[in-house]
Design a protein around this ligand. Sequence first.
Ligand code: DAH
Length: 339
Amino acid sequence: MLEKILKEFDLDYLACQDKTAYNDLRVKYLGKSGKVTDALKEIKNVPNENKKAYGESVNNLKVLIEKRLGELSEKLEAMEFEKLMADMERVDLTVPNAESVGSLHPITITQNKIVEIFKSMGFAVEDGNEVETDYNNFEAVNIPKNHPARDMQDTFYLENGQVLKTHTSASQNRIMRKYGAPLKAIFPGRCFRNEELDASHENTFFQLEGMMIDKDISISNLIYFMKTMLSQVFGKEVNVRLRPGFFPFVEPGFELDCSCPYCGGEGCSVCKKSGWIELCPCGMIHPRVLEMGGIDPEEYQGFAFGLGLSRLAMMNFEINDIRVLNGGKLKQLKQIKTK
Ligand code: DAH
């Protein structure tokens, strides 16, 4: 009888193709009045001397059927998954979707452009920290504690005394120590200041700093590089002029103006009718700053500049509110024509 059950089970097993049939199969053999269960109940009619052997055989049968049902269940699940995959709608990720194509951020585009220009002039490109030591951000660029220049660059202090860097000049010391003299490097970066926000002030903005240190470097080198770089940025020949400006880490220090690339110097709304735009504070690196960077000021001189990347991006893409840049509002950013 037990053999008959097993044979029948084998046939049912082969015929079983889905979960419903599987459940029926299970009930048919192992359910409350299933064939194996019934066979177990039969034990009461078996003569005493055969009871033990009979019991063992039915149990073996039960274990075998349970094992095979387990295998069958796994097989059916695998089959169902395969079917699901085969029926699934395919998405071709390579099809261009013009609706949702993004673009680089206006600041990234501006930065990439300037980086390429300086690279072509032999400058190394470096990254800076966003969290800086008080020493790098202030002391090493000649702004000691209690110096009034710290007031203009109020920033966010960490509990350990470090600061969110207020300017890319914070990397000057590290760059000088890394390369020594001579060096030509630029280092763009995100800066932070404790500012009241308005259309032209943000607590987070971007600068691009540069340094060139060598023997016999003079203001003419500074003018040459700035003029070349700005002419390439604006895609046309521009003029530059220097006005005196004070920054503790340069001597002499300047505000560098560029002839307005939009009106050619005639006067327009961008240059506020002056024909010039103020773009790039700069100067000859202060001997003390060189010294703190491990460079002998008797032997080497250099110039440094800090280009306002956010400002340049705003001019380039005609953005009139700086808050748009970091606001994270796609609706506003999408209106900027970056192509
Ligand atoms: N670090 C200055 C600022 O954020 C800008 C600056 C001025 C950088 C003169 C320079 C420089 O390298 O020579 O206000």
